[in-house]
Design a binder for this molecule. Structure first.
Ligand SMILES: [Cu+2]
Length: 183
């Protein structure tokens, strides 16, 4: 139900995109017309940009608050997991990770409670993507050197979850993975 409405939304956006580009393409050929009223290209451009910004403004104000960064923003996480990424491994720990003395531990998380991952990288950009047992992408964030990205999630299904790097980061990118258990 939700997926089909998202599909419809994107189809509608595609149609709007085609209409806009068709309009721009057709109107860009009429250069020798009268410069009065709406035929004036500057006036046309003004109205085109105004309508475009109004549509974009409405779209952004409706969709941005629904982005995952605001999920569970007002709740306190039951558990915090620190994640250090580097070529080509993830180190997960319940305690802050010392880059000089890297070590990870096996992680067990509670189901139906809020968990926060604090994700960073010690070298290049990596992806931190969590997949469920049927290999469905659940949630993800970037692992960036110099930044700590907070990823909050509530796991509803117990099981083993896999972590894959989602950003090509070097020769052995494909072996960069980890996992944790939700009970
Ligand atoms: Cu990577």
């Amino acid at each position: 139900m939700q997926q089909s409405s998202i599909l419809l939304l994107f189809l509608a956006l595609a149609v709007i995109g085609v209409i806009v580009f068709t309009y721009v393409y057709l109107s860009s050929k009429k250069v020798e017309q009268s410069e009065q009223g709406m035929a004036n290209p500057q006036k046309k451009r003004f109205w085109f940009l105004l309508i475009l910004f109004v549509i974009l403004g409405i779209f952004a104000s409706v969709t941005i608050p629904k982005s995952p960064y605001f999920l569970f923003a007002k709740e306190t996480p039951a558990k915090t997991i620190h994640v250090a990424s580097m070529q080509f491994a993830f180190f997960l720990s319940e305690h802050a990770i010392d880059p000089e003395n890297l070590s990870g531990e096996s992680i067990e998380l509670p189901a139906n409670e809020l968990v926060e991952f604090r994700v960073t990288s010690l070298d290049v950009n990596h992806g931190f993507a969590i997949y469920d047992e049927s290999n469905r992408l659940i949630t993800q964030t970037q692992a960036m050197p110099g930044y700590v990205n907070r990823l909050r999630y509530k796991f509803t299904e117990p099981g083993t979850y896999n972590i894959f790097c989602l950003e090509y980061c070097g020769m052995a990118h494909q072996i960069m993975r980890s996992s944790f258990i939700v009970k």
